[in-house]
Design a protein around this ligand. Sequence first.
Ligand code: GLP
Length: 264
Amino acid sequence: MQIVILNDAAEVAAYGADIFSTQLQRKAESVLGLATGSTPVALYQELIRRNREGLVSFKDATTFNLDEYLGLHGSHPQSYRYFMDEQLFNHIDVDKDKTHVPPGDAKNPLTACQDYEARMAAAGGVDLQLLGIGRNGHIGFNEPSSGLTSRTRVKTLTRETIEDNARFFEEGEYQPHLSITMGIGTILDAKKVVLLATGENKAEAVHAMVEGPLTAACPASALQLHKDAVIVVDLKAASKLKDIEFYQHIEAENQKLQDYLASL
Ligand code: GLP
């Protein structure tokens, strides 16, 4: 894993936006894996700005979102489809027909999961997958105990995740306890993965992901198996890492190597 420690959430968003811009500049028809939650919002705003200024285009890209609440139609304000439209898709030059979010209103959720996997495969697989992380180490809605080779499926949410996400729902509003989520195996198939984490409430999960054992108890630790996973955190989310200076040293050395290679 590449561990990038930056000063604050704004720097994390800009770094993430650079990775997405570079990907789209290298391959306009990239397949992007996208995420919801509050963490990626600043990254999406930066991508919208760059798109408006003509610095990056999504017009040939295809997108697949990680997850969706089971039981919510895409027109529901708390659905992840609605979130993606509002936070990103409505403001960039992407072809909406090429944006995919698991269907929360699927009549048969099990076949919908298989269909989602088939669509990803038909698109050539995900080139770049964006992730956030839950306080319990979940990625997508892969809660602790999720199989490390799992594929897109229906997952039950933990009480902690339901409580964490309750802030988005009105009091008394129906909040689903089930989801459709890409599996950990699905996520690991992406050619490159970038996980963003900001704030002190993610520090324990970031420590477990990077320095803990590879275990289904912390689904994000599965990224230790990925050959190109970039973990981008602010100082607060990095605050429980034991080897923080070592990671900063590696990044400084990497930068020197990049500068040397660019000078050849
Ligand atoms: C939800 C999403 C995850 C996301 C997590 C953290 O549970 N399914 O993909 O990473 O929330 O969200 P936040 O960035 O708001 O902390």
